[in-house]
Each structure stands twice: as structure tokens, then as C-alpha cells.
Design a binder for this molecule. Structure first.
Ligand code: ADP
Ligand code: MG
Length: 249
């Protein structure tokens, strides 16, 4: 495995909750600039995997590398944007505005003055939330909050984006805009994308690599190999295979 060329390497990751295995010996790599669709049934460990990769959930064994460097050895983190699946835990009295929350996405970036404002304005515009930038985040609806946290995740021009079901609270129009933005980041900025989603049509449209998880790695490889594999039908059914694998571009 060529660590120099990968954005992410996960090696032998095992994670438990109260002695119950949630992930068993997970190993895979994601090439720089890839767009990985991370799929699997409910409870298969997708969210746990993302959290364990970031060190937000402790693993009992295994190692994670970002951009060729062992996470445990980081002196400075690379620019990684993360959107957690569960975002409902905001204290309604938390005294921060939308704009301030989005600006937090820039903390790991050293910018010249002025550039910072522009990065925040661009992210607000991209997610169509300029109109609410002075609102307190406790006042927002679920869909608005999801957009704010997505704006925060992309504002820092991340090298790697980890998105855990990012569009569940978005209306169809905003969802499409968001996916188009994500595609542009992946194509133009070479941002490596890891997208957890149940939206199988989206994966078919955008993903270059697939990881099918069910406590273990069931499938990991290129998108076309995934569509060609006999296992595919077993996990998704005949109809889904058509939806995922028939690219409409
Ligand atoms: P997915 O994101 O694929 O739906 P999760 O990573 O959320 O799966 O969960 C994987 C397994 O770990 C499930 O069996 C779930 O019940 C369990 N689990 C997740 N979070 C916790 C937690 N905080 N405490 C105990 N068990 C958990
Ligand atoms: Mg999940």
C-alpha cells in the first residue's frame, strides 16, 4: 500500500461499545482526491468508523493515517472538515451567531486578514444562508443548522471532508446544490470526500470508490468493480443496483 498517495489509511481498526464489537479489524485506504461512498445497513458502524478515524471514539486496536501521517503523531492537524450525523445537541442559549459558527471552520487555517471574511462569505453564499448569518444558532431549524455546519465544514478549504449523512434535513433543491458544490470541491480543489449516505442515487452519480461496511469491510474498491460484483445485488437488490450503477451523466 502506497501511503504517500493516500489521503486516508485505516489499518486493523477495532472498536467496541461496552465490550460489544461495533467494528472488527477494519482496513482500507482512500486515494488523494477520491470520492468515497461509505454505505451499509443501519447499525453497521458507519458513524462509529468516522468518529474512530478522527479519534473521537477510542479504538481497542488499529491505526489511522491522514495524508501519510499517523494520527497519533500529529503535531498539527491537516485540514479536515467533519459533519457529524447527530447535530441536535446545541444549547438553544449558546450565544453564537451563524457567522461565528461558520468562521470556526477556519481555525486550523492561517489566513491573511480579509481572506478570512471572504472565505466565510463564500461558504455562507454556497449554502444559501447569508440571510440568517446574524441569527443565534439556537434559533435555527434542523435544516438551517445542517446548512450552517456544512458551511463550517467546507469554509476552511479542507483537504479531506468527512460527511456523515449530511443532507437528511435539507430540502431537495438545497441538497442538489450541496452535492454540486461537493463535486466542484472534489474536482477543482482535489478535496478528498468521504460521504456516508443512504441516498444511493447520489453515490451512483458521484462516488469513485465504494466501501460497504457491516461491522467488517464487506466490499472496498472502485465504483465500477462494485457495480460489476455479484455481491452487489445481494446487498442492495436488483432495483437498487440499477439506480446506483446506471450513471446519468
Ligand atoms: P451506523 O452509523 O452505520 O448506523 P453506528 O456506528 O451508529 O452505525 O452504530 C454501530 C453499532 O454501535 C450499533 O449497534 C449501535 O447500536 C452501537 N452504538 C453506536 N453508538 C453507541 C453508543 N454511544 N453506545 C453504545 N452503543 C453504540
Ligand atoms: Mg450513522
Amino acid at each position: 500500500m502506497d501511503i504517500q498517495n493516500s489521503a486516508i489509511d485505516v489499518k486493523g481498526l477495532t472498536v467496541s461499545y461496552n465490550n460489544r464489537l461495533a467494528l472488527e479489524d477494519i482496513s482500507f485506504s482512500v486515494d488523494k482526491g477520491a470520492y468515497l461512498g461509505l454505505v451499509g445497513p443501519n447499525g453497521s458502524g458507519k458513524s462509529t468508523l468516522i468518529k474512530a478515524m478522527l479519534g473521537l471514539k477510542q479504538s481497542s486496536s488499529g491505526e489511522v493515517f491522514f495524508l501519510g501521517q499517523r494520527r497519533a503523531d500529529f503535531r498539527e492537524w491537516p485540514r479536515i472538515g467533519y459533519l457529524p450525523q447527530k447535530i441536535s445537541h446545541f444549547n438553544p442559549y449558546f450565544p453564537a451567531t451563524v457567522r461565528e459558527i461558520v468562521a470556526l471552520g477556519l481555525l486550523s487555517r492561517k489566513m491573511v486578514s480579509g481572506a478570512e471574511d471572504k472565505a466565510v462569505e463564500d461558504a455562507l453564499a454556497m449554502l444559501d444562508i447569508d440571510g440568517i448569518k446574524d441569527k443565534l444558532i439556537g434559533e435555527l431549524s434542523g435544516g438551517q443548522l445542517q446548512r450552517v455546519l456544512l458551511a463550517r465544514a467546507i469554509a476552511g478549504n479542507p483537504e479531506i471532508l468527512l460527511l456523515d449523512e449530511p443532507t437528511t434535513a435539507l430540502d431537495p433543491e438545497t441538497r442538489e446544490r450541496f452535492y454540486a458544490t461537493l463535486e466542484a470541491l472534489n474536482r477543482d480543489m482535489k478535496t478528498t470526500v468521504v460521504l456516508v449516505t443512504h441516498d444511493i442515487g447520489t453515490i451512483g452519480k458521484y462516488a469513485s470508490q465504494m466501501l460497504y461496511l457491516d461491522k467488517k469491510v464487506v466490499f472496498h474498491g472502485g465504483f465500477n468493480d462494485f457495480c460489476g460484483s455479484g455481491d452487489m445485488k445481494k446487498y442492495f437488490g436488483e432495483y437498487s443496483q440499477h439506480v446506483i450503477c446506471h450513471r446519468h451523466d
